[in-house]
Design a protein around this ligand. Structure first.
Ligand code: GLP
Length: 243
């Protein structure tokens, strides 16, 4: 795993430029996208690059990592709403080519999500954040490494972390649909971003300890092409332990 410690501004620039370069080389590329507060700066720079005519998303396909169970797409905390408002509504991507796992309307599209990704050619670059308990997407501690897209019961720590986005903790859904750890490992390249002190323990365990299902993100140690971008706060515990 490659580790890059930099400021938020530098990281947003590096990651967005990598995505722009990928699209400009292969305009039919497949992006694996993430939600949460972490990737917002990257999406802002992608929108800016589109407005500056440096990139077009016309032929790009995207697959998002996860979605809450039970929230309408129009709910301002649904991940569909997040993606539309932070990226899709502001660029020329064909909305039919943007995928978010769902169990809505009996379509249960999550059951064939991995197959859909495979049929599209596989994810070229998967963007990831990390939960303070080491989850990636919504794969909570204890998730078997070989899981595909599945329904998840959210841990108390994740509900607490995400309560800041809702008017009360009771409104946070208790379940989500998430790409599995195996689904994520199938991406050709993985870029994980972590900001802030709240992530430092997860980053330390992910990079310094043996891979374990107790810390889902540690599976990335087994992936051949991963870059971890951290700000100083998120990398503090790791760096102190390396000294
Ligand atoms: C949620 C998402 C994850 C995300 C995590 C961290 O649990 N399912 O994909 O990585 O939150 O969120 P944030 O970036 O806001 O810290």
């Amino acid at each position: 795993m490659e580790l890059i410690i930099a400021t938020k501004e530098e990281i947003n620039k590096l990651v967005s430029e990598e995505i722009i370069e990928l699209i400009n080389k292969n305009n039919h590329c497949i992006l694996g996208l993430a939600t949460g507060s972490t990737p917002i700066g990257v999406y802002d720079l992608l929108v800016k690059a589109y407005n500056d005519k440096r990139v077009s998303f016309k032929d790009v396909t995207s697959f998002n990592l996860d979605e809450y169970v039970g929230l309408e797409e129009t709910h301002n905390q649904s991940y569909r709403y997040f993606m539309n408002s932070h990226l899709f509504d502001h660029v020329d991507i064909n909305i039919d080519n943007t995928h978010i796992p769902s169990n809505k309307d009996d379509s249960n599209n999550y059951k064939i999500y991995d197959e859909k990704i495979k049929n599209a050619g596989g994810i070229d670059i998967q963007l990831l954040g990390i939960g303070s308990n080491g989850h990636i997407a919504f794969n909570e501690p204890g998730t078997p490494f070989n899981t595909k897209t599945h329904i998840v019961s959210l841990k108390e720590s994740t509900i607490n972390d995400n309560a800041r986005f809702f008017s009360s903790k009771d409104e946070v859904p208790k379940e989500a649909i998430s790409m599995g750890l195996e689904s994520i490992m199938n991406a050709k390249r993985v870029v994980l971003i972590a900001y802030g002190k709240n992530k430092q323990e997860a980053i330390y365990k992910m990079m310094a300890l043996e891979p374990s299902e107790d810390l889902p993100a540690s599976i990335l140690q087994n992936h051949p092409n991963v870059t971890i971008y951290c700000d100083e706060e998120a990398s503090e515990l790791l760096v102190n332990n390396l000294k």
